[in-house]
Design a protein around this ligand. Sequence first.
Ligand code: NDP
Length: 497
Amino acid sequence: MPDIAKDQLALEEARKFAGREHGLFIDGAWMAPRSGSTFETFNPGDGSRIGHAAAGGEADVDLAVRAARAALEGPWADMKPSERARLLWRLADAIEAHADEFALLETLNNGKPLRDARMFDVPHAVEVLRYNAGWTTKLNGESVNLSGPGTWHAYTVREPVGVVAAIVPWNAPLAMAVAKTAPALAAGCTIILKPAEQTPLTAIRLAHLVEQVGFPKGVFNLVTGLGEAAGAALVAHAGVDKVTFTGSTEVGRLIVKGATANMKRVTLELGGKTPVIVMPDADINRAIEGAARSIFTNAGQICNAGSRLFAHESVFDALVEGVADFAGKLRVGPGLDPNTQMGPVVSAEQRERVLGYIEAGLRDGAKISGQGTAASGPGYFVPPTVLTGTNSQMSVVREEIFGPVLCAMSFSDRDLDAIAAQANDTDYGLGAIVWTQNLSAAHKLARKIKAGTVRVNGGGLDPALPFGGFKQSGWGRENGREGIEAYTEVKSIAIAL
Ligand code: NDP
């Protein structure tokens, strides 16, 4: 039984936190931005203003980068890997101890259903911290046998890449902040985190816990602010060694350009247009539910959302009908409402963008084969929508909508090359989902599809499984060994004996 009085109290506390005067967290201290400016933050569930955050600018970024550099060269550098691990575990424990507060803040600020924040976002952040804590003691080099003249003892070591700027989006604010912070700190780097302007609150709360668990000052810095100010200043700063970014491909390009002056290392996790391929032998009921959840979870605001459905013609109608029925029954509403299954999108701007895509699809000849009901009220609600009659020339099929809009298409040819070619007909290459009972077809398709992750008959994120994109979906990988190694430089050492 939910304890409504306790929940109400927790919500009041979260609201109070949201409404507080928030500063920037630089060099282990909270401070006002040099400009004195702030920006407002909203609850997408009802459009209400819930607080404001400090608008960091170039001068603040400079201070944060200097603090991160000093920390990198200070006691943090001498800290044993196991001590770094203990700090990361402590941070994970602290988030877990405040799990409900984090979930409420995430829902208040991002709009997602509270149950999703509780079941996915917060536990995932905790797991990512613990997973990366385990890597601190295992980041080894190797000894290398050389064949040239002389006798050599040669080996490699992995060193932290240095000062990291992490620029993150609004769709999973805590999970994204931790996805960058955990491996960066595990590898011995220092970090400056810039959350999205729409969703600064859980990052601010995270900084309070970083302070509480005892990381040395300057190791983790938080600069809230706007992308074109704080974000661009971080990308341009000569004291930053690496930028790790998740967001749109458009901003990803700007980051690459900005990072070239001092040849920063860059990791980019960009957009996606994930194909969901349903073979004629698939378990149709599971495929229907999987396809629907893949596009409607988080109101479609997931880089890896299954936004293009390709179903064999023999199962196409059943699939479309099933997903349309799912959409029709979805309870769309504010994230704080316990009955809500799909929340609003993050902002009025994002709602206009998504609705604009649906209109463009209809203008191009698509038709709506199923649509749920957007909640009434001032929140930024979008109806979950299934479009048919779409083709690969249409913007709804080519571009990342980042909303609850599925484009369903059929195929008749059972040739796996033809199916893969259809799935690969996109600028993106983040993920793919295949539904089939045929093991051989599953493995063959997995090899033919040009995407960073291929899931068969279901899926989910795991901190141990590398995640990232082919083509315009990004550079590099997060999670797994590749994820943490991306925060290191390899140094080769050769000693003539
Ligand atoms: P952006 O790519 O603009 O935002 C991501 C982050 O980059 C934010 O922190 C943003 O700051 C920052 N940023 C923006 N401009 C710059 C810049 N010039 N230099 C450095 N940092 C910058 O995403 P949007 O919020 O504009 O969303 C637009 C579309 O992007 C979505 O509809 C979706 O298609 C895609 N997207 C993809 C995501 C993914 O996970 N792959 C996540 C989010 C969006 P600020 O918040 O102040 O703008």
